[in-house]
Design a protein around this ligand. Sequence first.
Ligand code: B12
Ligand code: SF4
Ligand code: SF4
Length: 285
Amino acid sequence: MAITIDNKFIEQLVYETFDSLEGNQFSSLGSPELPMWERPLIGIAMGTDPYYDFLKSHIGEFHWNPEEVFRLKYAKEISKENLRVIAMVFPQTMETKKAQMKEKICPSREWIISRAEWEPLMVEFGSRLTEKLEKHGIRSVSLDLQKELKVQKSEALGLASNWSHRHIAHLAGLGTFGLSDGLITEKGKAVRISSLVIEAPLTPTERPYKSHNEWCLYYKNGSCGLCVKRCPTDAITVQGHDKEACEKYETEFFEKHWPSDIAKGDYKIGCGLCQAGVPCQNKKP
Ligand code: B12
Ligand code: SF4
Ligand code: SF4
């Protein structure tokens, strides 16, 4: 029987792939029975949306559009009309968030590990998903598998990637930005994000907002501001988020406050205290 390639089919494939991940567990903390991440929220955007041009002027010319992403992997017969972008938002588990909420200086052990083991997990996820799609004759590019994905300097906005997962998730209807910069989704801000460019006739997700920051209480009505208080280094103020100060603090906690019983190895680091213990932790507040 011929398979219909539609949103439902893709959603099932994403969940099936996610559910099969061997790396989605805390064996590094001696708890292989506990998952690191919950099933993702999924949003879909057209490959022709004018938003990609906006990102080129807003972030920098270096920010890719879906067609440029597709050309990283495929040489022939690429038409942007046939491309879609799938944004996937993976929530932290309640256990990780509860542990992170209690911390004030150094992120919790669960937060440290779920951040540190993210890249290998996304290699496992992206490889399996793109292979399954290929078996169905569908071309796709998982951004987290592309070695060209890197951080550079946007003249206007400082540290920025050539593919900002959260701007793409915003485009795909999954959330709006908060005072801390973090994307607030229906499952809150304590999330990580991945994206996939795919050649398939999928229907774009409706965007249930009009502005880029309306789900944040501070931007909505001047209230909250709790992320400002959660930051141990004053990197967040009512003027927004100071990326350099934030990055500097991540290095500081790595050097001064890292738990002695967790081997540093080549782990990537992230603080994320502003993502927990706030009203936008688990939901759109
Ligand atoms: C560089 C980077 C950093 C830098 C800079 C962060 C930043 N704000 O850009 C540093 C090292 C500081 C950092 C820290 C963290 N990061 Co980081 N980081 C990235 C990376 C690699 C690129 C981000 C990027 O391209 N930014 C682009 C710039 C332009 O974004 P921006 O300035 O924030 O954008 C603002 C404007 O565009 C404005 N805006 C949006 N639309 C519009 C429209 C108009 C008209 C106007 C005027 C303005 C406007 O709002 C945005 C937010 O304020 C991404 C991975 C990726 N490839 O996407 C992860 C990523 C953003 N980080 C993430 C996380 C989780 C973290 C940490 C929590 C660390 C951790 N893991 O524990 C902290 C949180 C810091 C914070 N307060 O948000 C997540 C995001 C989760 C979320 N809920 O948003 C990402 C997507 C990684 C992932 N794969 O999930 N990170
Ligand atoms: S903690 Fe409050 S002010 Fe900060 S991003 Fe969340 S809703 Fe906005
Ligand atoms: S990640 Fe940590 S240092 Fe950076 S803004 Fe959030 S709380 Fe502050």
